[in-house]
Design a protein around this ligand. Sequence first.
Ligand code: PLP
Length: 395
Amino acid sequence: MRDVLESYSKFIAKTYRRTPVVFSRGKGVYLWDVQGKRYVDFVAGIAVCILGHSHPAVIRAVNRQVKKLVHVSNLYYIKEQAELARLLARICPRGIQKFFFCNSGTEAVEAALKLAVKHSGKGKIIAMQGSFHGRTAASLSVTWNPSYRGPFRDLLVKKIQFAKFNDPDSLEKKLKKGATAVIMEPIQAEGGVNVPSEDFLPTVRKMCEEYGVLLILDEIQTGMGRTGKWFACQHWNVDPDEITIAKGLAGGFPIGCLGAKKKVMDSFSPGDHASTFGGNPFVCSVATEVIKTVERMRLPQRAGKMGAFFKKRLQELAERFPSIIKDVRGMGLLLGVEIWDDKTASTIVEECFKRGYLINCTRGNVLRFVPPLIIEEKHINGLTSTLEEVLKGVR
Ligand code: PLP
């Protein structure tokens, strides 16, 4: 392990604060480090490995496709891309019928913003305070955290306004000044697992219609069954004009996707946008297999049920440790536990790690749980007992 850490300090950019561990293999919800220690993975590559690690269906799809065809350019028609798009049109919110494929979440957001500007001929975007949409120029511009945006001010898109999340009046004030699109996560994930009140999303949808503004929903973290439905907006019966998907879509292989209503997507003409790797036969055939497997295993429903069980256990802990836990929130298997102070939150993450549980902390003080959707009650019980032991220790 020491040589890996040394190579990192010599050869790898310091863009992450990393836990000193090197994993060598994974199976299901488990990861093993190079010393053979086993961990239960409640991070899942940050909401990516929805089928866990080394799922047999994914292995089969990889083996099958890698022998047939890995990559051809989008200069040609790609059968696997067409098949994936057809499946997505079936599971996506109503009206989302056409797709553009890329390789990551941030690229999907870039594509969504470009499409909105191309469609309307204008570029005034409203985003939400507390949002996270990625790290490339346009998606960083609609990302709230000023410390992420600050150093890159010169590179950012200028016409962005931030409305208060969960505050329709704040949004309406911005809409009155004129806008092209509203971009938001249905549940803010990186921003601290913030679930809006029941009527917020439907109100946003109505306002966007009234003001003739596109609604872009970023479902990169909330999508693919995590919150108990294929996409979180389906809990509120809200259909966006554009949707961004990534993370779990190919179960761990890099993919990003922009979906849009036909009349919106048809604003793109050849040359308006492109990606060399986007939607290649390999990743599309794996993503198709992931969707079919999620469907066959009824994982969205399972995430809803398992998430409710998990949340209840976390709420019991909150009742027992009110001086440490401020709040428990989230939906399905996107759950957050807000800790009163940042230092205690990071101590809890470290102590869980020592005991073989991978969890992560976002916004400084919110423990975030985004396990594979195949997680079982016994793993959740194991984690909550470990948390109880850790909380006793930090009290
Ligand atoms: N949008 C949301 C809601 C996200 O959670 C993330 C990543 O965490 C992104 C966009 C960026 O995705 P990526 O890291 O794949 O570029």
